[in-house]
Design a protein. Structure first.
Length: 600
């Protein structure tokens, strides 16, 4: 029996479908031919008696051993609330797999939680962890010859890392998001962790007392789940439904909601249906599906980090889809979801208004998405959304023909300061142009010290460089600095550009992913204090008032800095990582693949 969740127009409908009135479709049991599945290498024939002995040692029956083996990969850990509920959710996924005649095998991988890694050297590990997650899931699946995959993830880099692994392995897969956190309440007002970061800036200029800061930090995060606004985790969760790897509604339900169990059960059952029908991730993640994913990022005012993660997912499939391809979608997509940090609402609010399907439905209806893309339901995106009705009793998501603003919440930039592109989130911003003298810093710490010490001036363009994928190494996020600026009331009085990244919680004129990065001789590394930088998010340009001749003269005098990491994971990452434009990936991807794991 396979649970099939139909569309609805509100959170009440979704609850009814997921909890008490889910439409259930009965299918005939499938006899799987092991001779076509990877697990035959460890379960079939006399020569595999030692392998089966290990499986018997874990309590499996002969019947279970000879069923398809399904990897249930989670990013569970005690590092942050994003991941803390994943172990419990994984148990429900396993029940779903077993109910549909599969044998689930649970394993864990790492996560590095950006919120805790933020603002210090730990952030260098964040983006690198995406590759480790994808690599470790691949290796565990390969080593044990699992036939299908259900992946559960909760924190920023774990979502794209898990989806990258699914596309790389290309075995039937379903993605499950662990769910978002509930908003906190401070002095009667809803708050998120973004408010705590900005409170640090307020505290530094005497606008918040020690007592209020302590109270705020205690109430801002009241439950399990990933950061509640449209930061990177919720952005990539939105992507998971739009790209077709997650079941409809499953990415919107907050972590504490009991109905998440229904989605987890359905995911376990559904992956067996995909195995029977031989629908694989690369059948789902096509160029059109990637365009759909970029569309919901822009429409929801999502994180600029998606411009790294979508090219990285595309790389696993052998599809060309770089920063400029993402930016082209952003350019023509309306901004329609009024979500924090640029808007009023959080993920819970959108779920209760109708969920991610409500967002997708209006974009489909007005021609901004491709409805003919296959999804993990076994149906197309358009077919999945056919029963979704518009909910007039909400103002979280606007109709796509009556948007908040006519262009997307995220904009790509290019110019003589960013020949390989850059990205900025403009959702909620009033002015889309800025020009001023450069103030250069070679590390985030140096800039943060100047900000907290109130040593910056209105009208400056703060430049943080040598923080790119190779130069960092690790392409750190700059939320501590940008939040401190807003807390001081300087958020709209200065601009900031970097070859590093910004958190999805960042707001203001903050341009990230400037490429080529400083560490490889990009123009951002050649800037001097006082150089006039002009940012135009309407025209999509990022330029410095220097002639080509002057830039070239400075490049000849420039010397590459020494990487202080001489061994270990960060040395390895810096040695292998590519440009931000193509996703900051560490291997050539599906384009050069000779044989995919799914076909071993």
């Amino acid at each position: 029996m396979f649970l099939r969740i139909e569309g609805g127009s509100s959170r009440q409908d979704a609850t009814a479908q997921g909890k008490s009135a889910a439409k259930v479709e009965v299918m005939d049991a499938k006899t799987f031919e092991k001779k076509r599945l990877p697990s035959r290498h460890v379960t079939e024939g006399p020569g595999r008696a030692p392998h089966r002995a290990f499986l018997y040692a874990m309590g499996l029956s002969s019947h279970e051993i000879h069923q398809p083996l399904v990897g249930v990969a989670t990013c569970w850990n005690e590092s942050a609330p994003c991941n803390i509920a994943l172990m419990r959710q994984a148990q429900v996924v396993k029940k779903g797999v077993a109910h549909a005649n599969g044998t689930p095998r649970e394993f864990c991988t790492i996560t590095v939680t950006d919120g805790i890694a933020m603002g210090h050297q730990g952030m260098k590990a964040s983006l690198a962890s995406r590759e480790v997650i994808a690599d470790s899931v691949e290796l565990s699946m390969r080593g044990h010859c699992y036939d299908a995959l259900v992946g559960l993830a909760g924190c920023d880099k774990s979502l794209p890392g898990m989806m990258m692994a699914m596309c790389r392995l290309n075995v039937p897969s379903v993605f499950i998001y662990g769910g978002s956190i509930l908003p906190g309440t401070f002095k009667g007002n809803p708050v998120t962790v973004q408010d705590v970061y900005e409170a640090v800036g307020m505290h530094s200029v005497g606008k918040m007392s020690d007592e209020d800061l302590e109270e705020l930090e205690k109430v801002a995060c009241p439950s399990a789940g990933a950061c509640g606004a449209q930061f990177t985790a919720n952005t990539m969760a939105t992507v998971s439904e739009a790209i077709g790897l997650a079941l409809p509604y499953s990415a919107g339900a907050p972590a504490p909601y009991e109905m998440r169990d229904q989605f987890c059960m359905a995911a376990g059952e559904k992956v067996m249906e995909l195995l029977a029908s031989e629908i694989r991730p690369r059948d789902i993640v096509t160029l059109k599906a990637l365009e759909n994913a970029a569309t919901v990022v822009a429409a929801s005012g999502g994180s600029t980090n998606a411009a790294l993660h979508l090219p990285a997912i595309a790389n696993e499939c052998g599809i060309d889809f770089d920063l400029f391809a993402v930016a082209e979608i952003f350019k023509k997509t309306p901004y329609i979801a009024d979500l924090k940090p640029g808007g009023k609402y959080v993920a819970k609010d959108m779920f209760e208004a109708g969920g991610i399907p409500l967002l997708i439905k209006t974009l489909l209806d007005h021609g901004f998405m491709h409805g003919d893309c296959m999804t993990v339901t076994g149906r197309t995106l358009g077919e999945n959304m056919a029963a979704v009705k518009w909910n007039d009793a909400q103002d979280v998501v606007y109709p796509a023909d009556r948007p908040i603003t006519p262009t997307g919440g995220v904009v790509g930039l290019k110019g003589n300061l960013a020949p390989d592109g850059a990205i900025v989130k403009v959702a909620g911003m009033e002015s889309l142009k800025f020009s001023g003298p450069a103030r250069c810093f070679d590390t985030e710490e140096a800039c943060f010290e100047a900000v907290t010490g109130q040593k910056i001036k209105e009208g400056e363009v703060l430049v943080i460089r040598y923080e790119g994928p190779r130069g960092g190494p690790g392409m750190r996020e700059m939320l501590s600095t940008t939040a401190a600026l807003y807390g001081q009331g300087m958020g709209d009085k200065v601009a900031l550009i970097t070859d590093g990244r910004f958190s999805g919680a960042t707001r203001g004129f903050c341009i990230g992913h400037v490429g080529p990065e400083a560490a490889v001789g990009g123009p951002i590394g050649l800037l001097k204090d006082g150089d006039v930088i002009t940012i135009d998010a309407v025209a999509g340009t990022l330029d410095v008032e220097l002639s080509d001749k002057e830039i070239e003269q400075r490049r000849k005098a420039w010397e590459a800095p020494d990487n202080p990491y001489k061994s270990g994971a960060l040395w390895k990452y810096a040695d292998q990582v590519g440009a931000a434009r193509t996703g900051a990936v560490t291997h050539p991807g599906g384009k050069v693949e000779v044989e995919c794991y799914a076909n071993v």
